[in-house]
Design a binder for this molecule. Sequence first.
Ligand code: ADP
Length: 472
Amino acid sequence: MKLTVERTVLAGFVIVLGLLGTVGVVSQRTIIGLIDDSKWVTHTHIVLELLQQASFRISQAEADVRGYVITGDSAFESQYEAIRRQIPDLISELRTQTLDNPAEQSNLALLESLISKRLETMDEGIRVRKSRGLPAILALGSTGRGRQLSVEISTLTAQMRADEDRLLSDRKRRAELSARRAFLVVLSALIVAMIAVIGSVVLVFRDLTRRREIERMKSEFVSVVSHELRTPLTSIHGSLGLLASGLLGTVSAKGERMLEIAVSNTDRLIRLLNDILDIEKLDSGKIEMRSIQCSARELIDHAIEVMQPMAQSQQIGLKVEDSELLIRADRDRIIQCLTNLLSNAIKFSEAGGTVRVVAKPAGEDARFEVSDHGRGIPEGKRNSIFERFQQVDTSDSRKRGGTGLGLAISRNIVEQHGGKMWVESQLGKGSTFFFTVPLAQKHNSDLQPSYVDSVDTVRTERERNAETHPAD
Ligand code: ADP
C-alpha cells in the first residue's frame, strides 16, 4: 500500500487519538488509585487514633481506681464507671476499622481479652476496698497481676501501632509510585502525540508547497500552450475568412459550406483559448483591478452596444432600465461581466424574447441584474455553473458555442471587486443573474479619471470579437 500524505496524516491522527485515549484512561485510573490510596492512608490514621484512645482510657481507668482505693472518694468510682462503659464501643470501632486486616483482628481479640481481664482486676479492687478496707486491698495488690496485665496491654497496643505505622508508610510509598508511573505514561504519550502532530503539520506543509509548485507549473504550461496556439489559429481564422469572403476567387457551394464550418470552429477555439488565458491570469493575480469611479449606465450601454448584433441576429430585444448610479470598479472587467451575462441570456432565450438589464442601489453596493425569459436553470446546477467548464447540458458548448468558462471568469472578476455573483431562476420561465460592486464614495480623494487601461488586460467582448474576426 502506497504511503500518501493523506494516509500518513490519517495514521498520525489515529495515533494522536489513541494516545489521547490512553492518557485519558491512565489519568482516570491514577485518580481512582490515588483516591483509593488516600482513603487507606486516612483509614490507617483512624486505627492509630483508636489505639491511642484505648491505651489512654485504660491508663485513665487505672488512675481513677487508684484514686478511689487511696481516698475512698466515690467521684473516682463514677469516673471509672464512665470510662469502663466507653471501652466496649472503642473495641467494636477498632474491630470495624481493621476488618480488612486478619493479623490486626487476632491482635484485637487478644487486646480485648487482656482489657476485660484488666477491668475485672480493677472491679475486684473496688469491691475489696468497699467491703474490706484499704489494708485488704494493699494485700491484694502485692500479687502484681494488675500491673502485669497493664504491661501486656501497652506492649500489645505498641505492637499494633507499629504494624499500623508500617502499613501507613507502605500505602504512602505505593501511592507515590503509582502517581509517578502515571505521570511518566502521560508525559511520554503527550511527547509522542506532539511529535505526531508536528510531523503531520510538516508533512502537510511540504505537500502543500509541492502541490502549489505543480499547480503553478501546470497553469504556466496551459498559459504558454494557449498563447502559442492562439497566434497561428488567429492567422488560420483570418485566411479562412478571406477564402470564405470570395476575395481570393470563387469556391463551390459545398466548399463555401466547409469554409463556414471551419471558420466557426476556429472561432470557437480562439474563444476557448482566450477564456483559458483570462482565467489563468485572473487566478494567478497577474491582473490588477484598476477601480475608478464610473457610471453604471455607461457600462451597461457599452455592453449592450457590443451585444446588439448577436441579439438582433437571434431576434432578442435588449432593454435597459433606470440605472443612474456611480460605481467604483474596473470599467473593462465589469463590461466583460455584463457582456458574458448578456451573451448567455441571448443564447438561452427564444426568438422574440426580451433581455432586461438594470443596476440598482443595494446598501453600499450597486446590484446589477440581467434577466431573461429563457429556458431557466435547474436548481441542482445553479451553483455549479459558476465552476470552470460546467454547463447545464453537455451539448451547450457544441450547440450554442460556449466554453463553460464565462461565468467562472465573471464571478472571479466580481469577487476581486469585493462583490458577489449569483443566479435566481425558474425552470422554463427564465433566469436573473445578479452581481454587486461597490458604489462610488462621494468626496473620495483617490478617484481618478476614467479610461485608465491596465497593461495586461482581460479583453472586452468587443476586443475578443475583433480578435476572432480580424477581417471585420
Ligand atoms: P458558456 O456560456 O460559455 O458555456 P458560462 O460559464 O457562461 O459558459 O455558462 C455556463 C453554463 O451555464 C452554460 O453553458 C449554460 O448551461 C448555463 N447558463 C448560463 N447562463 C444561462 C442562462 N441565462 N440561461 C440558461 N442557462 C444558462
